[in-house]
Design a protein around this ligand. Structure first.
Ligand code: HEC
Length: 129
């Protein structure tokens, strides 16, 4: 009985384990049609846009330095660094990633981010050294 239970428990534990950021990125790249360019992701991160609901740039809340702690422009709450190298639990939950793209892109761009923008952005944040 014990011999059967242990592998079953291990499988259950593995199912709830978070994805790696590389797996999350691979999923975004698939939806985007096959590639991601970190340089384009940096342009999205640093770009100044008009037409957003509350901010002109992602950096308004996430700070100019993706490795630094950010600050929410409305609530003034601290935001953990957005770059993976500085915050190891970034981009490990596809639902969380989608939720925040869905919320933040309209804040800055006044529209949803495209699949390509999402893939590029995450590729950039994973590539930051
Ligand atoms: C108004 C403030 C604000 C702006 C502007 C903003 N963000 Fe965020 N962002 C947040 C907050 C708050 C969180 C959630 C807290 C956290 O993850 O530390 C977050 C989290 C995220 C996440 C989730 C990361 C993960 O760990 O999975 C992504 C992706 C993201 N933002 C992308 C963007 C992009 C792209 C832009 C620019 C188009 C942007 N954000 C602009 C406040 C902002």
């Amino acid at each position: 009985m014990k011999r059967l239970l242990l592998p079953a428990l291990l499988c259950a534990a593995m199912n709830v384990q978070a994805d790696t950021p590389q797996q999350v990125l691979a999923g975004l790249i698939t939806v985007a049609g096959g590639k991601a360019l970190p340089s384009q992701g940096e342009k999205l991160f640093r770009g100044k846009f008009s037409g957003g609901k509350s901010a002109e740039s992602c950096t308004a809340c996430h700070s100019d330095d993706p490795k630094a702690v950010g600050q929410h422009i409305k609530t003034h709450k601290a935001i953990d660094p957005i770059a993976l190298v500085a915050q190891r639990d970034r981009f490990s939950d596809p639902a969380k990633v989608e939720k925040w793209f869905r919320r933040n892109c309209p804040e800055v761009l006044g529209r949803a981010c495209t699949p390509q923008e999402k893939a590029d952005f995450v590729a950039y944040m994973i590539s930051v050294k």
